[in-house]
Write a protein that binds this ligand. Structure first.
Ligand SMILES: *Cc1c(COP(=O)(O)O)cnc(C)c1O
Length: 363
């Protein structure tokens, strides 16, 4: 690897964060969400590193089969269920669990051989209005499934729209809808909580709604809460994205740096060019002032991000030189800070990392 641009993935931190999720929800098992190639971290590697996982969650059957073919044995949940009835044979063969959110999926299950034994996660639309049966239709969907020989087990599932905001009443209102809808139904194994709810809304995985939490982003060490709490402060970043300084120059006051002259030097400055750009997944719309760390010292991005390079201010880091290590985000520069400067969230930073970035795994 000649180009020094890499994502170092700390597998011990990933396991630590899973244990934080488990410790927060003693009444439940935890489905480790590793969709989208484990939020850009590498799903097969991460799944292998977490043999203690109760189950894994992915978005679609292609992601699930990749894990099965790599030898992953734990249950795997398809969070969006299946898109075509033809997937059901594979779901049966690979022992996958599937979400169900629409009547057409129930009809497809009815047409399968009676010897099939599906584990289904029936999704209630408790207010997010993206996927799931309405509270009015949910009991009938549940009753239909209960009577099917092809269905072995049903888990009640919902998803929160605002679990990251503690003072919003939305989560409480969604929980109330869940409680009222499930009250008359038999099975009470539930799965409501994403990372934010796992950390901040204990009532969403209390004994009454015990079953499975579904932590995703927290496993990668990014705090999903707008206001960190004692549990979320225990999380350790898993990915550290680094590159190196490949060129240094002095730029005079009033001269500009990079495309479009976006950054104009306020004084005579020392500018470092770093081998990472938007084609690696570093956002092009990162603002001047976005934090980076050079040889352990915090400084900032200056100038527009190019496809393969970006430029940083080294004026106050006299020892910085060609070959100095630059951390774009990770253990020192929090992904949330960088995301904030890019008007986005850590999820898009992680999933945006491209193939060109070398991934290095450490135990
Ligand atoms: C992605 C996803 C999760 C995980 O969400 P985080 O915010 O990353 O914890 C949980 N449940 C469902 C249905 C999802 O799609």
């Amino acid at each position: 690897m000649a180009r020094p641009t890499k994502a170092s993935i700390d597998l011990a931190a990933f396991r630590h964060n899973y244990r934080v999720a488990k410790a927060q929800s003693p009444n439940s098992k935890a489905v480790a969400i590793i969709k989208a190639d484990a939020y850009g971290h590498g799903a097969v590697k991460l799944a292998h590193s977490l043999s203690e996982a109760d189950a894994f969650g992915v978005a679609c059957i292609e992601e699930a089969i990749e894990l099965r073919e790599a030898g992953i044995k734990q249950p795997i949940l398809l969070l969006e269920g299946f898109f075509e009835a033809s997937e059901l044979e594979l779901i049966q063969r690979h022992h996958l669990w599937t979400a169900l959110h629409s009547q057409h999926q129930i009809e497809a299950i009815k047409r399968q051989p009676e010897s099939y034994n599906f584990n289904v996660w029936l999704k209630l639309d408790s207010g997010m209005h993206r996927l799931g049966f309405s509270p009015q239709d949910y009991p009938s969907a549940f009753e239909q499934l209960s009577e099917l020989p092809q269905v072995d087990n049903i888990v009640h599932m919902t998803h929160f729209a605002c679990a990251d905001e503690l003072d919003k009443s939305m989560t409480q209102s969604q929980l109330k809808t869940c409680k009222a809808t499930l009250a008359q139904l038999k099975t009470q194994t539930s799965s409501f909580a994403n990372s934010a709810a796992t950390l901040a809304h204990p009532s969403s995985h209390s004994e009454q709604f015990s079953g499975y939490t579904r932590p995703g982003i927290m496993l990668y060490g990014a705090d999903p809460l707008l206001h960190p709490n004692s549990a979320s402060k225990q999380l350790i970043p898993v990915m550290t994205l680094t590159s190196k300084i490949i060129a240094i120059r002095e730029v005079k006051a009033q001269e500009s740096v990079g495309y479009g002259e976006r950054y104009r030097c306020e004084r005579n400055m020392k500018i470092g060019t770093v081998a990472i750009g938007y084609a690696d997944g570093y956002p092009r719309h990162a603002k001047d002032g976005t934090p980076v760390m050079v040889d352990g010292i915090r400084t900032q991005l200056v100038g527009r991000v190019s496809m393969d390079m970006l430029t940083v201010d080294l004026t106050d880091i006299p020892n910085a030189d060609i070959g100095s290590t630059v951390e774009l985000w990770g253990k020192n520069v929090k992904s949330a800070e960088v995301a904030h400067c890019c008007d986005t969230i850590p999820y898009t930073l992680f999933t945006g990392i491209t193939r060109r970035v070398y991934k290095e795994y450490s135990e």
